[in-house]
Design a protein around this ligand. Structure first.
Ligand code: HEC
Length: 131
């Protein structure tokens, strides 16, 4: 039976070698957000303090209206205004338009002033994804 050992040896080697060279499947890429949107999301919960008053769960009121779907709703608020214009104005001049059932004075008017132009743009990029 000695003759059997040699091919068996090579068989084992080749099985072992092929097992080692089996390419590991490429990890599925995790979807990455646009960098501006990601920064806006961070500002929403961080420096902007928006999340202390606005939930992203439909109809769930913390202090202000839920911002779920705001990108779609914003277009309908002021005739002729784009969603971007309306959301920007809501942040910079919260008293310009009062959402029914809410007190405009509750939104902190100083928040917009504390954001840089870049931060405001990032925040808008994020909020405009909430369709
Ligand atoms: C102190 C609580 C408070 C904070 C903080 C706050 N908001 Fe508001 N926000 C409100 C209230 C109350 C209203 C509704 C009254 C009004 O129309 O101004 C509102 C309204 C809005 C609206 C209009 C919503 C609609 O349905 O038309 C937008 C957009 C908005 N806020 C965005 C923001 C963003 C972005 C931030 C963070 C930079 C923020 N808010 C921070 C309380 C707050």
């Amino acid at each position: 039976m000695r003759w059997l050992k040699i091919p068996l040896f090579f068989l084992l080697i080749s099985v072992f070698a092929s097992a080692c060279s089996t390419p590991t499947p490429a990890p599925t890429p995790t979807p990455t957000l646009d960098p501006a949107v990601q920064r806006g999301l961070d500002l929403f919960g961080g420096k902007g303090r928006c999340a202390t008053c606005h939930s992203l769960t439909p109809d769930f009121v913390i202090v202000g209206p839920s911002l779920a779907g705001i990108a779609t709703r914003a277009e309908t608020r002021i005739p002729g205004w784009s969603a971007r214009d309306y959301i920007e104005d809501s942040i910079l001049s919260p008293n310009n338009y009062r959402v029914e059932g809410f007190d405009a004075a509750q939104m902190d008017v100083t928040i917009g002033k504390q954001l840089t132009v870049d931060e405001l743009n990032d925040l808008l990029a994020y909020l405009l994804t909430l369709k």
